[in-house]
Design a protein around this ligand. Structure first.
Ligand code: 5GP
Ligand code: MN
Length: 316
């Protein structure tokens, strides 16, 4: 029996199912969670999605209005984690995962630690939503407009609008198929990627102002503090995209962005061509993908900056 057969069997056997994803959820996390939610409903199940907080941008997704902040079910029959590389990153909802009778991880991170009883991980896929598409087709789920929109959102956000190197022929085949189905791809694109909140714009302005170059312009570095976020009334997700600003500057290979959170300095790293930022972050205790990775460091912004720049020096 293949892993997908096992997963299907577990879904069929479960009475209570919970869908979970990583903290600070992005479009791929929410898109994958809602796509799975709508699909499980189609399969006759009544799952819960538990995500305490997520960006307003994704409220329009079918099923998003059913997202719960917590649940009174303590021990689910089945927990499915999407788009999450490690159990640590499930964070606030880790106990729903750990308490579940059966645990499944569906993901696309090469650094996934295989923390489920069953793990379906495709590191070559540009988005978890694209992995899910394969899974749902295997389960013979009909990809409705609703499910298609959720999957499309995951793909658009995690590929930076179809532009990252992870994009495959299947990505475009799927989008062509969605267009044939009458889904307004351009409208979803504008909603999830092009529209910035005012706070996001203000944070970007601050971060751009502070941006510094190192290693002959090959490294760009910037940060935002907790006070900055308070000042602009930032909400969940308002820091998204800031790290891209540095990467898009001519000559830059690695862009580093630090955001101060309650848990420490949340570092985001992006590279353009030859630096494997996932390896750099792994060494510091984090992980991710070759060109997009992260780690949380328990120190000041200055100390984190120094630590990272020292590590980058050897690979740039
Ligand atoms: P972002 O910079 O957008 O927060 O994250 C970029 C990528 O790196 C995402 O795929 C994310 O899952 C991964 N990532 C970010 N922070 C961490 C971390 O602390 N640990 C691990 N394992 N992966 C991370
Ligand atoms: Mn993802």
């Amino acid at each position: 029996m293949s892993t997908l057969d096992n997963i299907l069997e577990e879904i069929n056997n479960a009475n209570t199912i919970v869908i979970l994803t990583h903290e600070n959820p992005d479009g791929d996390a929410i898109g994958s969670a809602t796509a799975l939610y709508n699909s499980l409903k189609q399969m006759g199940k009544n799952p819960d999605i538990i995500i305490p907080e997520y960006p307003r941008t994704f409220e329009f997704l079918p099923g998003a209005d059913e997202i719960k902040k917590e649940s009174n079910i303590e021990k689910y029959d089945l927990a499915i984690s999407v788009d999450c590389a490690t159990i640590k990153m499930l964070n606030g909802f880790v106990e729903y995962f750990e308490n579940a009778k059966v645990k499944i991880s569906i993901d696309h991170h090469s650094t996934n630690t295989m923390f489920g009883d069953y793990n379906y991980v495709s590191p070559d896929a540009p988005a978890c939503a694209q992995v899910l598409l394969v899974v749902l087709e295997y389960f013979k789920v009909e990809i409705t407009k609703e499910i298609g929109t959720c999957i499309l959102t995951g793909i658009i956000t995690d590929t930076g609008g179809f532009k990252y190197s992870g994009v495959t022929a299947e990505t475009f085949e799927f989008v062509a198929w969605l267009l044939n189905k009458g889904i307004n791809v351009s409208k979803v694109y504008r909603k999830v990627l092009q529209t910035k909140t005012r706070a996001n714009f203000e944070l970007n302005r601050l971060a751009s102002d502070r941006l510094e170059f190192f290693e002959n312009g090959k490294v760009a570095f910037t940060y935002i503090t907790k006070e900055d976020e308070e000042k602009v009334n930032a909400e969940s997700g308002d820091h998204e995209g800031i790290v891209e600003t540095g990467r898009d500057i001519e000559g830059v290979e690695v862009s580093i962005f630090i955001r101060q959170t309650d848990k420490g300095c949340k570092v985001s790293m992006r590279s353009n061509e030859y630096v494997n930022v996932s390896d750099v972050c792994l060494l510091l205790g984090g992980g991710g993908h070759i060109h997009a990775a992260g780690v949380t460091l328990q120190c000041t912004i200055e100390q984190a900056k120094e630590k990272i720049l020292r590590q980058i020096k050897s690979v740039i």
